[in-house]
Design a protein around this ligand. Structure first.
Ligand code: PMP
Length: 439
């Protein structure tokens, strides 16, 4: 590995990283000339792969026109077009997009939008959020508060906002023997109902959940009817439903928004990562008309804002990415490739002693590692199996997105795959072949 001395404070202080020199299609090449297949899209970001000429051309053209214009002075045609495109393709009733620079910012904005909505409509007593265990919503303090990962939260406690956490929809570990998937989903809805009753429904702002769990849970898919049940319950109490699709959204699971597959329309959706495909940092909150109406009829001001919101070059990149996805029929391609990826994972790991679960949707698939299939016991987290698999993959020229298990055994180590939508069948062969070798 060609790792330099570094003066960057990297997240993993002691890690030495290769230096990315060039990137094209599904491949990143380091300065030593080694190729790595980007089987994780970075972190489910690079949906069109690297170096897409049309996206780059759109960014160049925008830099030449207007590289930056602060949104307290100007809007730009490119930001307006992107918002119109996102509203056109959004679930029913969503009328506006609020732009930010990334996923955590999108979650922060959504939490504040939800809170301010109730202030605007005269229900300021609503102060509580409900979220799920094992979830990831970002690293800023508000996003960390709703996130359900104890290990990430504990040294920053007390967090800024009151949040109650309920069980994740985690079929592999949560569904009881003999219980149908539907019954399991309804049991989770009942658990949420219990939490709402304890807090008092009139005191709850929103329920926050990843539609398909990602970073810290490994492609946890909702069981049939679960999110519908959640939606009905929230509506009954006037509680907003915020679906965080920062990782699973923007086509990753085979539909533009993962919630389309659940037949559920949330009040707010957060998106980022694949929105700009990695060409520029960008995220957004998509909002229902009634929320924006309340702001418009009330204070007339959303009390939030960042310097780079609606950045023209980021919007140009995202607009190009979105147009290419629709023009080239890439959502259908994600469905086709997703089946192919799942089949290959099934063939490689379906009978593997240490792979307990294979799960996910579209090009968002994960394996969970266990000591043995019968007990489902996770490996000791101290082994750092996920990190070792990542290192073994990197040695074999493969980028994957792994996550460690929890100390309490609530979850095993897993490896998440999120390759670009432009991957070929041969790329999928190489990805699963190298992963199987590394495992
Ligand atoms: N929400 C979800 C569901 C995510 O997966 C992530 C990032 N993994 C975030 C929010 C935070 O996004 P960012 O890292 O861009 O701040």
């Amino acid at each position: 590995m060609n790792a330099p001395d570094t003066r960057i404070l990297h997240r993993q202080i002691h890690h030495r990283l290769p230096v990315a020199a060039h990137a094209s299609g599904v491949t990143i090449t380091d300065t030593a000339g080694r190729d790595y297949i980007d089987a994780s899209g970075g972190a489910a970001v690079s949906c069109l792969g690297h170096g897409h000429p049309e996206v780059i051309a759109a960014m160049h053209a925008q830099i030449d026109r207007v590289a930056y214009a602060h949104t307290s002075f100007f809007t730009t045609d490119v930001a307006e077009e992107l918002a119109a495109e996102l509203v056109r393709t959004a679930p029913e009733g969503m009328t506006h997009a609020y732009f930010v620079s990334g996923g955590s910012e999108a979650v922060e904005a959504a939490l504040k939008m939800a809170r301010q909505f109730f202030v605007e409509i005269g229900q300021p007593q609503r102060r509580h959020f409900i979220a799920r265990q094992q979830s990831y919503h970002g690293n800023t303090l508000g996003a960390l508060a709703v996130g359900g990962n104890e290990w990430r939260r504990r040294q920053f406690a007390p967090l800024l906002i009151p949040v109650t956490h309920v069980s994740a929809c985690y079929e592999y570990r949560g569904r009881a023997d003999g219980e149908t998937a539907e019954a399991y989903g309804q049991r989770l809805v009942q658990e949420l109902a219990g939490a709402i009753d304890r807090l008092g429904g009139e005191n709850v702002i929103a329920f926050v959940a990843e539609t398909v769990g990602g970073a810290t849970s490994g492609a946890l898919t909702p069981v049939p009817g679960y999110l519908k049940g959640v939606r009905d319950l929230c509506s009954r109490h006037g509680i907003l439903l915020i679906l965080d699709e920062v990782m699973c959204g923007m086509g990753r699971t085979g539909t533009l928004h993962a919630c389309e597959q659940e037949g559920v329309v949330p009040d707010l959706i957060t998106i980022a990562k694949g929105l700009g495909g990695g060409y520029q940092p960008i995220g957004a909150v998509l909002a229902q008309g009634r929320i924006v109406d309340a702001f418009a009829k009330g204070s007339g001001l959303f009390q939030h804002g960042h310097t780079y919101l609606g950045h023209p070059v980021a919007c140009a990149a995202a607009l190009a990415v979105q147009r290419i996805i629709h023009r080239d029929g890439l959502l259908t391609e994600v469905q086709r490739l997703g089946y192919g990826l799942r089949e290959r994972l099934q063939a490689a790991f379906g009978a593997h002693d240490h792979v307990g679960d294979i799960r996910g949707r579209g090009l968002f698939q994960a394996i969970e590692l266990v000591q043995d299939r019968a007990s489902k016991n996770p490996f000791d987290p101290a082994l750092k199996l996920h990190a070792r698999i990542k290192a073994q993959c990197m040695e074999r020229g493969l980028m994957v997105y792994p996550m460690g298990g929890t100390i309490d055994g609530a979850r095993g180590d897993h490896v998440l795959l999120a390759p670009p939508f432009i991957a070929t069948d041969a790329d999928l062969d190489a990805i699963v072949g190298r992963l199987a070798d590394a495992v």
